[in-house]
Design a protein around this ligand. Structure first.
Ligand code: SAH
Ligand code: MG
Length: 192
């Protein structure tokens, strides 16, 4: 049988960036309140967020995309431990190369930060009428607040990309986005 605590332990020991507890709680509340049934997740890692979202209700179905084979294998193992194979469909592929089919009440973007705008544009047409896109790590572990203090060039570029994504959301004519200082910074975008 699967144990959430074991997943958290594994993530900590192996430095897997799973969602924060507060962030997860926030998403779980959203799923309950809005009776979300179909979820698309970009960035599975070890399946921690997918498993937690699936556990909210027996009717929930999730498709989750992961490009890293090692993560994919770990997620598969974990999903099986929780007996969620029927409700969580795992896809091993770069999300930008996936031909997304189906309509989702919730799309959770939690993968490569530099690609956030591309993920958003690619999958926005797979939302149901009242569907939303939730994005994680908008504070990028607090780094987005003081980009000039960052030494590493790569990190600096990434932070710039995240800030660009935030601007993209703020200026978006099609979607209205609410930003929350919860966990590592979360947003909810809804079509106008
Ligand atoms: N949602 C998970 C954490 C995901 S961490 C949780 O909270 O439990 C981000 C994951 O996204 C990593 O495993 C990384 O391999 C994956 N990823 C990054 N870019 C991706 C892409 N373009 N397509 C698919 N997966 C991607
Ligand atoms: Mg995250």
């Amino acid at each position: 049988m699967g144990s959430i605590i074991d997943l958290e332990k594994y993530a900590k020991e192996n430095k897997v960036p799973i969602i924060s507890k507060d962030g997860l709680k926030f998403i779980v509340e959203y799923i309950k309140k809005h009776k979300v049934k179909n979820i698309l997740e970009i960035g599975t890692a070890i399946g921690y967020s997918a498993i937690n979202m699936a556990k909210v209700d027996d009717d929930i179905k999730i498709t989750t995309i992961e490009r890293n084979e090692k993560m994919y294998a770990e997620a598969r193992k974990n999903i099986r431990k929780f007996s969620l194979e029927k409700r969580i469909t795992l896809v091993l592929k770069d999300a930008l190369e996936v031909n997304a089919v189906g309509q989702y009440d919730l799309i959770f973007i939690d993968a490569a930060k530099a690609q956030y705008i591309n993920f958003f544009e690619k999958f926005k047409n797979n939302l149901t009428q009242n569907g939303v896109i939730i994005t994680d790590n908008l504070n990028f572990h607090g780094l987005t607040k003081n980009p000039e203090e960052i030494q590493s060039k790569n990190l600096k570029a990434l932070v710039k990309k995240i800030n660009k994504y935030k601007e993209f959301l703020k200026n978006n004519q099609e979607f209205t986005t609410k930003f929350y200082e919860i966990g590592d910074g979360i947003s909810i975008s809804k079509r106008n």
